[in-house]
Write a protein that binds this ligand. Sequence first.
Ligand code: GLA
Length: 387
Amino acid sequence: MTENLTQTFTEIFGPSATPIRHFHAPGRINIIGEHIDYNGGYVLPCATIMGTYALIRQNNTSTTRFASTNFVEKGITEIPLADVTYNPIHDWANYPMGVLHYMQQDGHKIAGFDVLFSGNIPNGAGLSSSASLEVAMATALNELFGLGYAMIDLVKLAQRAENLFCGVNCGIMDQFAVGMGRKDFAIYLHCDTLEYRYIPMSLGAYKIVIMNTNKRRQLSESKYNERRAECEQALALLRKKHNITQLTDLAPDDFTNAAHLITDETIHRRARHVIHENHRVQQAVTALETGDIAAVGALLTQSHNSLRDDYEVSCRELDVIVAAALGHPACIGARMMGAGFGGCAIAFVEESGVEGFMQTISNEYTKTIGYAPGMYAQESGDGAREL
Ligand code: GLA
């Protein structure tokens, strides 16, 4: 893979005696804990095998040149290092530019460089291709220029770039999983304190299957911001009687007792999702650690129902694919994953039945929706690193 990319790099940017360095950052899947990160609670993501390659070389100029095999039609984006500012014209390149911008703002002198990205994470599918691109850029610049950031600081910088440079109001989960992921482990992360623990992904006889609805996540940004605002409203109401800083500070029982403080039925449901989902993550970790994979599966399905009915971030395509999965005898649990309104769902499937499962769900989905889904049996992978 990287040999071909080296050739492509040289074709695009020309030959040079300066060595090219190779980096990789994964995407992320989230086992459970959806719409929790910006509410300061627990999530359980892991890094994927799929990811983004970044090939990079200093170019002895005062400009940086970005190219991607995923956006060949966009050609080379050339940016003077003295003026790294967001511009919609730069399209995908704004993500790595944001990282560069915040490194400069931290006071680092970064010299000219050429970088080629190449990713195999389906775009807009909720597998964090943008976090992967940002963290790949951050890791590559950190190493190339010896900037001395720890990975956790690159993770935070990448989130800042996405929030403030690109104007996407995401939480910390994606960049964290992409930067800190470890093969064969999930990360049990508390999104407020950033305390975390690696949980072995010992799934016994089960495999993770990612089901891509191939419906691009429309609406997701405006609805995402709307949900965040609704959570803030719920928090403000609950704080009238409870000394809490986050919705996730309440356990489900406390919430039942406090529910009368929220009279708006919609806001009540939003809070109910967050508080119960946060609790499900803790239950899922216990179940994983005791080898009760069937219990994890059941929690996944509860999570889907809550995201669909209480948080209302699912859509027909996600509901169809999850229902088809749950109707298959090899599947012990499934749910939509990520922001919602399209993108992917995750299922736990008996290993011996994976092939049949993927075929059957694919056929059923295609028959109902009119186009085919993508199906990937996934393992967890390593976080961002130099190859
Ligand atoms: C998107 C965001 C994450 C997280 C999820 C929902 O993936 O980027 O920060 O909020 O949605 O759990």
